[in-house]
Design a protein. Structure first.
Length: 492
């Protein structure tokens, strides 16, 4: 056994008979299917990276009771220094995909870290459910399990409560016995479910009294009988080559609807049971929601830096860097990228103790969410502005280079200020894949809405801001004078 989990181990673990459908067909093996195999290998590369001797200390730690090192995503920081140490490991992982793997294994691990920190909240709900979560966390962390989650419901009739939707739409408890509960219905979005080992099922959206059948949380292996994964279109399958689509050909982690077709869940895998408010508490009274979105900001810090590098390289290729308006635009983007880093550092340095654990500043974390979900499309549009028509006039595919006559024309027409024709095409293909392809468009939509609509993220910011300290400054000013005193004082 190696010191830490490797890519080969992870890929082998996915050959488990899970039920995945794409293009109307059942997938025999997600590790070999052309819609998924490169993304699966990219997930495996994360584990290979952490297992390299030179990365072991950066990327992994030894949990209590384990005989093997696991990724620092499972580490529960006890102080600021440990939080920073953990963050550096997560950033190192994000750099392997330029930040484009939004549901890498550290995301749901971070959610469970925050929930485990709030175990007392689970104990108030039920000692048995708390024990189930403790045991599961120990299992998942000690085995470096790759988890996805499905925590929102399929969009349907928004004017209706979740409990009033059509039968079998929203996953609910339909039966129970001494062995556990049976669930039926769907959950979203199942990002990375193709290459995950297990799925956490929960409710991030509010539930109301009377919707107890929907109020549960559990974790299941992806190959559990009755779990059906309906994949969206694969951008990897549509990619021409790595040269033409260097991001979408390798980092399309996929999204999927997960349907639970009378799935039996044993009691030792159930963490919330028929309690509508506990579904909220699982994320918001613990630090589950904070840690999962803190991880998202860690990843985004890498992705924004990548886009900034893309913008600078673009201006160098087309020879516009020294134009004052262009350098001004790059300087503004650099300031915005630095703001993302500063907000990340701020939520760590101004964090606090939650029991024995160090947690990020919620107010700063939610502020970062609101600002960055606007910032990402701004960056995409800025790169479009900087590129002009450069991203359009490109060879149709790598096959154009195979024809000597076409290759000669490409070498004649694809001139650049700082690089050769082939490198220019290579770079511009990568830039288009990031911002203009179907894969790139999906990522813009993802960054704008993965944490919820604007009113949701702004609502979190409103709820967690220290309004008392802000209004105290106003009150201090107003209490420094009165109308009566001013009327009696001589006018100047």
């Amino acid at each position: 056994m190696t010191v830490a989990k490797t890519g080969a181990e992870h890929i082998a673990s996915l050959k488990d008979g899970r039920t995945v459908y794409i293009d109307g067909k059942l997938v025999a093996d997600v590790t070999e299917h052309p819609a998924f195999r490169n993304a699966v290998r990219s997930a495996g590369a994360l584990y290979d990276f952490q297992a390299q001797p030179e990365n072991i200390e950066l990327m992994t730690f030894m949990p209590d009771g384990s005989n093997r090192r696991v990724n620092r995503a499972w580490q529960m920081p006890r102080n600021y220094e440990e939080m920073v140490q953990r963050r550096k490991a997560l950033q190192a992982w994000a750099r392997l995909s330029c930040g484009f793997m939004g549901r890498s294994p550290d995301h749901v691990a971070s959610a469970l870290v925050g929930q485990r920190m709030g175990i007392e909240i689970f104990r108030r709900h039920s000692p048995d459910r708390a024990k189930a979560l403790i045991d599961y966390f120990d299992y998942a962390s000690n085995n470096d399990v790759f988890l996805t989650y499905v925590i929102i419901n399929p969009q349907a009739e928004r004017a209706k409560d979740w409990g009033a939707q059509a039968d079998d739409l929203v996953a609910r408890i339909v039966d129970e016995d001494a062995g556990g509960i049976t669930i039926r219905g769907a959950k979203m979005l199942g990002t990375s479910s193709i290459m995950a080992n297990e799925v956490l099922v929960a409710n991030l959206q509010p539930l109301k009294p009377g919707e107890e059948d929907l109020a549960f949380s559990c974790a299941l292996p992806m190959n559990t009988k009755g779990i059906r994964v309906l994949s969206r279109k694969s951008y990897e399958a549509s990619a021409v080559s790595v040269f033409d689509n260097p991001l979408s050909s390798r980092f399309d982690e996929n999204d999927a609807l997960v349907y639970f077709d009378d799935v039996k869940v044993p009691w030792d895998r159930i963490f919330v049971y028929r309690d509508t408010d506990m579904c909220r508490q699982q994320f918001h009274d613990t630090y589950g929601h904070s840690y999962q979105n803190y991880q998202a900001q860690i990843r985004l810090s890498v992705k924004i830096k990548f886009l900034l590098g893309l913008a600078r390289r673009l201006t160098e290729v087309i020879g516009t860097t020294k134009i004052p308006s262009v350098s001004e635009k790059l300087g503004t983007m650099a300031a915005q990228a630095s703001m993302v880093d500063a907000m990340l550092s701020g939520m760590e340095a101004s964090g606090s103790k939650f029991g024995e654990w160090w947690v990020p500043n919620k107010q700063f974390m939610y502020a970062a969410q609101v600002l960055t979900q606007d910032l990402y499309p701004q960056f995409i549009n800025a790169i479009r502005d900087l590129s002009g028509g450069a991203l359009i006039m490109l060879p149709s595919s790598i096959d154009d280079f195979r024809d000597p006559m076409l290759k000669k024309i490409i070498h004649t027409t694809q001139r650049a200020a700082s690089t050769g024709p082939e490198d220019k095409v290579k770079f511009l293909k990568a830039a288009w894949d990031a911002i203009g392809s179907e894969f790139g468009s999906r990522h813009t939509q993802y960054e704008m809405f993965y944490a919820g609509a604007r009113f949701v993220t702004a609502g979190h910011s409103f709820r967690t801001y220290d309004w008392d300290s802000a209004t105290a400054i106003v009150e201090n000013l107003l209490s420094s004078y009165t109308l009566e005193d001013e009327l009696l004082s001589p006018r100047h």
